[in-house]
Design a protein around this ligand. Structure first.
Ligand SMILES: [Zn+2]
Length: 245
C-alpha cells in the first residue's frame, strides 16, 4: 500500500501524529497546505523536520485577506523556493465571505502568476465560486492545477476536465455520493487522493490522518472495478505526472 496525500494541514496536527506519519512505511508522500503566512512558516519548519511532509505555500481566500499579504508571501516563497513543491491552498470562496471577492480574485491571480513563474503546480480551494475559478484558470493552461475537494456540479466538473485539471478526492468519499460519482466520471488519469486532515474524516468523530487514504483506495477500487493495487499504481502515476516531470 502506497499512500499519497496531496492535501492536508500538518500545522493543525500534533507532533506525535507528525512522527507517526514520518515513520509509517505505507505513506510515501504528503503535502501540507498553508492558509496564511503564519501557517506557511510553521509548515516550512515541519517540512524540514519531517522530510516526507512537503510544503505547499499560499494564501487561502479568507475574510481579512489584504494585498500586502501577497507581497509578504511572495518574499517568503522566493526565499524558500527550494522547499516548496506547490502553491496551496489558494482559490476563491463565496461561501464564507462575499465582501472581499475582488481582493480574493486579485490575490488568486497573483498567486497563479507566481506559480507559473516558478513552474510549480497549484492546489486550489473553491466553494460556491467554482465557475469563477475555472474561468480564471482557463487562462493558465500551462499550469498543473489540482482542484481539491471540488464540490461544484458535474457540468463544472466536466469543464475542469476540459481545461486539464486534476481532482483530488477526500477520504470521506466512503460516505459521499458526490465524490463516488466524481471518480467514475473524471478520467482515471486525473484522480488524486487527499485527506484535508485533520478535517473531513471518513470516521465520524475521529480526527482525520493520511493513513485513512486506505479507505479511499478501497472505495475507488470498488467504483473502478479494479484491484486496490491497480488504484494505487494509477494514483502514483498521476502524482508523478504532476510532480516528477
Ligand atoms: Zn484544506
Amino acid at each position: 500500500m502506497m499512500i499519497i496525500d496531496i492535501h492536508m494541514h500538518a500545522d493543525f496536527l500534533s507532533e506525535k501524529k507528525l512522527n507517526e506519519i514520518q515513520e509509517d512505511k505505507k505513506i510515501s508522500f504528503v503535502i501540507t497546505n498553508s492558509v496564511n503566512l503564519e501557517s506557511c512558516r510553521r509548515n516550512l519548519q515541519i517540512s524540514k523536520i519531517f522530510p516526507k511532509i512537503k510544503l505547499a505555500a499560499g494564501l487561502y481566500p479568507e475574510e481579512n485577506l489584504k494585498l500586502s499579504d501577497f507581497e509578504k508571501l511572495e518574499r517568503f516563497i522566493l526565499d524558500n523556493k527550494n522547499h516548496i513543491v506547490a502553491l496551496g491552498e489558494i482559490g476563491l470562496d463565496l461561501h464564507e465571505t462575499k465582501d472581499n471577492f475582488e481582493t480574493q480574485k486579485v490575490i488568486f491571480i497573483k498567486q497563479l502568476e507566481l506559480a507559473r513563474k516558478l513552474k510549480i503546480p497549484v492546489i486550489i480551494h473553491t466553494r460556491k465560486a467554482e465557475k469563477e475559478v475555472l474561468d480564471i484558470i482557463d487562462k493558465f493552461k500551462d499550469l498543473k492545477v489540482i482542484l481539491h475537494c471540488f464540490s461544484g456540479n458535474f457540468k463544472l466538473v466536466r469543464m475542469g476536465v476540459g481545461i486539464g485539471c486534476y481532482f483530488s478526492v477526500p477520504a470521506n468519499i466512503t460516505r459521499s455520493e458526490h465524490f463516488q460519482k466524481m471518480v467514475k466520471e473524471v478520467p482515471r488519469e486525473r484522480i488524486l487522493t487527499e485527506t484535508d486532515s485533520p478535517y473531513l474524516s471518513p470516521f465520524i468523530g475521529r480526527e482525520n490522518e493520511p493513513a485513512f487514504i486506505n479507505e479511499s483506495i478501497k472505495k475507488i477500487s470498488e467504483m473502478w472495478s479494479v484491484s486496490e493495487d491497480e488504484v494505487e499504481k494509477q494514483i502514483e502515476k498521476n502524482f508523478n505526472s504532476i510532480f516528477k516531470e
